[in-house]
Design a protein around this ligand. Structure first.
Ligand SMILES: Nc1ncnc2c1ncn2[C@@H]1O[C@H](COP(=O)(O)OP(=O)(O)O)[C@@H](O)[C@H]1O
Ligand SMILES: [Mg+2]
Length: 267
């Protein structure tokens, strides 16, 4: 029933997850199957509280599914996976470390063959790719929200993670800063190809950045709808105003409404 290919980098196969809370069982994900090919980038959208962040924890191994399996690069995930890069809505940067030292953090944790000079060069190269050249020695509080999120993306990518998971990374930014960050994401993807999942509630963001958009149903979440997004090599913001994009946004919006009403009914 699931349409994954064995060589896909991320495979979520018939996954079900239920939280056990003080007030009883809360089924959050039910029979969810989806996959992301190598160097693919898939956006996941769905009603608030439907289980998106739970899904990211299942992929990174922070949670184990009750049923079904998650595979990364062909390996079944049973424990937390340090080779997954993550970035969240609020970039959790350590205030007592400079920006470059924050970016280098995963290189101190995830085993690698780089010496300290190479680690620094790697972090520096990424920071310059996202437009933060010259800010290496600043402290996080000296940067704007958009700049901190750029640094957080560098930190998520510095160890060349096998998978990048972004959980509403641009949700707290103003609209223009967010659009700047979308361009940064395209640059990063061109220079540093990665396989990733982007959780977002911004439908424009989903079609601008991802190759495929999955709409989750209301809780318990399963795959309700998905659409492939044709991509040009140099995507431009104007493309979001094309009739093809608008049609796609309309149908995604409709799917979200269906998912929301389903979640209301299940409350
Ligand atoms: N650790 C937990 N224990 C119990 N319930 C949780 C836990 N984490 C999340 N939930 C609940 O599970 C549901 C899905 O949460 P989440 O995955 O964070 O949704 P989303 O990211 O889509 O908004 C919500 O109702 C949330 O309150
Ligand atoms: Mg969430």
């Amino acid at each position: 029933m699931s349409s994954y290919k064995k060589k896909d980098t991320i495979i979520i196969k018939d996954v079900t997850h239920t939280y056990k809370t003080e007030t009883g069982l809360l089924p959050v994900i039910k029979n969810l199957s989806m996959s992301v090919p190598e160097n693919g980038f898939t956006a996941v959208v769905g009603p608030s509280g439907c289980g998106k962040s739970t899904l990211t924890k299942l992929i990174s191994g922070l949670l184990q599914p009750d049923e079904g399996e998650v595979y990364l690069s062909g390996e079944k995930i049973t424990t937390p996976r340090p080779t997954v890069g993550m970035a969240f809505q609020n970039p959790v940067l350590l205030e007592w470390r400079s920006i470059i030292k924050n970016v280098m953090l995963p290189l101190e944790i995830v085993p690698n063959k780089l010496n300290s000079l190479e680690k620094e060069q790697r972090a520096k190269q990424l920071l310059s790719l996202v437009g933060l050249e010259g800010f290496e020695q600043k402290k996080p509080s000296e940067l704007s929200g958009g700049m901190r999120q750029r640094a957080s993306l560098c930190r998520a990518l510095v160890h060349k993670p096998e998978v990048l998971i972004l959980d509403e990374p641009f949700g707290a930014l103003d609209a223009f800063t967010r659009e700047d960050l979308w361009q940064v994401m395209h640059n990063l993807r061109k220079e540093e190809p990665f396989t990733g999942i982007l959780i977002t509630h911004d439908l424009r963001e989903s079609i601008f950045l991802a190759d495929e958009v999955v709409v989750l149903s209301g809780r318990p979440a399963s795959k309700q709808f998905f659409v492939k997004v044709p991509k040009s090599k140099t995507p431009k913001l104007e493309s979001l105003y094309s009739s093809k994009s608008i049609d796609m946004l309309k149908s995604l919006r409709k799917q979200i409404e269906i998912a929301q009403s389903q979640q209301e009914q299940n409350k």
